[in-house]
Design a binder for this molecule. Structure first.
Ligand SMILES: NC(=O)c1ccc[n+]([C@@H]2O[C@H](COP(=O)([O-])OP(=O)(O)OC[C@H]3O[C@@H](n4cnc5c(N)ncnc54)[C@H](OP(=O)(O)O)[C@@H]3O)[C@@H](O)[C@H]2O)c1
Length: 385
């Protein structure tokens, strides 16, 4: 029987790549459920193609309209709707929504014994310890979809984590790599979202331009692989051919290479531990004339230092960092603040946040709420000055 896949965020970039993978391997994978925030036109096309019995729609108005048009489909609404999908008996829940909203559905899936394929990194930054302890408690896997983490997962396969000397997390450098910081004052969101090597949703593309994305990924890697912060190092690799490397205590370094296409890590996570025979695309080694590495420039990209600061602080600092960044990026996308104000807002929130131990979901969500309010206040103050 094909493995049943529940896709949270099927109308997004990850969701669409996952559907491509499922179309390609119908003997191995089948759509079980789908979800969207509000793009019911696209969801309708997906439902007509894959006929899931259940869908979830975040936006209540959109859900009402969709329900009238599709009486045969069970429609779940809002965050409770996403959690309802996550707890249905299924083989794997692919979390491809963007932002903190994925946290509760991820925990729900794990609590109900459903494996999670994780693209949605923000919940790991907020609550990595809680997510991984929930997975252990219910004896289920969290399979990394983020290309770097999927690469590390593959390099670590069969190796004892105690033998890891360093994880080298690769970063393309984003659209502004080597561009002097002072020239970035007036960059438009459309420029920032124009990633040189990956085609992704707008929020992660802007996070890649500030390098906050790499900062979030450092924290994600700490929790996923249970390695201390000191063992994770960012390396700029503009060609995005090597998706990350693991260096072992004996000096050996294993790297994962692959095409710059998210269908590859999605396919691996969904079919793990099997490998498919025919991939969507193969890497032609003879076309690779340049493979370069560079150290990140922390002064040019302060978001990277802010993420390290949050990782050092621990507790609810990850939730505060993520919430402040989500609000700042949204304000930037809405042309309310300039590009260079994103790290300023995050820094202000991190400085002022009362960091406590992340002992429960309630504590983490409280930190998230407070940081969002603080970020909005910092944006208003900035705009008044
Ligand atoms: N894109 C990539 O290549 C990539 C690579 C690695 C990791 N990731 C991570 O994967 C996640 C998804 O990224 P993406 O680029 O696929 O984002 P995206 O293209 O913006 O898609 C997000 C999906 O989530 C839905 N959604 C958005 N906000 C929601 C909310 N508040 N409640 C419920 N559903 C919501 C969207 O619905 P609508 O269509 O209605 O807006 C869409 O289906 C992010 O956490 C990102 O960091 C992405």
């Amino acid at each position: 029987m094909p493995r049943r896949v529940s896709i949270l965020g099927s109308t997004g970039s990850i969701g669409n790549s996952a559907l491509e993978v499922i179309r390609r391997y119908p003997d191995k994978l089948a759509v079980h459920t789908l979800s969207t925030h509000s793009d019911i036109a696209q969801l309708t096309q997906q439902v007509e193609e894959f006929s899931p019995a259940h869908v979830a729609i975040m936006d209540a108005e959109a859900a009402k309209e969709f329900t009238q048009q599709h009486p045969a489909c069970t429609v779940h609404v809002g965050i409770e709707g996403l959690c309802a999908l996550a707890q249905l008996d299924t083989d794997i829940v692919l979390c491809g929504v963007v932002g903190a909203v994925g946290l509760r559905p991820i925990l729900t899936a794990l609590e109900h014994g459903n494996q999670v394929a994780l693209a949605n990194k923000e919940p790991m930054v907020m609550a990595g310890e809680l997510i991984m302890s929930t997975a252990r408690k219910h004896d289920v896997q969290v399979l990394p979809v983020d290309s770097e983490h999927n690469a590390i997962f593959q390099c670590l396969n069969g190796h004892d984590a105690s033998g890891v000397y360093k994880i080298h997390l690769t970063a393309s450098g984003g659209p502004f790599y080597k561009q002097p910081r002072e020239t970035l004052a007036n960059v438009a969101p459309e420029q920032a979202a124009n990633h040189p090597t990956w085609n992704m949703g707008e929020k992660i593309s802007i996070d890649s331009a500030t390098l906050m994305n790499k900062g979030l990924e450092i924290i994600e890697a700490m929790w996923l692989f249970d390695v201390p912060l000191e063992k994770i190092q960012v390396v700029i690799h503009p060609q995005s051919i090597i998706h990350s490397l693991v260096e072992f205590t004996d000096g050996s370094i294993l790297a994962h290479l692959g095409v710059t296409d998210m269908t590859l890590p999605i396919q691996y996570a969904l079919t793990w531990p099997e490998r498919v025979d025919e991939p969507m695309a193969r890497l032609d080694l003879t076309t690779m004339k340049d493979i370069t590495f560079d150290a990140p420039d922390f002064a040019q990209f302060p978001c990277l230092s802010l993420a390290l600061e949050a990782a050092h602080k621990g507790g609810t600092a990850g939730a505060a960092l993520n919430a402040a960044n989500e609000i700042a990026v949204e304000a930037y996308r809405n042309h309310e603040i300039p590009f260079l104000a994103i790290p300023e807002i995050v820094q202000t929130v991190l400085n002022d946040a009362a960091i406590v131990k992340a002992t429960s979901l309630a504590v983490i969500l409280q930190a998230d709420t407070e940081a969002r309010a603080a970020a909005k206040h910092a944006i208003a103050t900035l705009n008044m000055s």
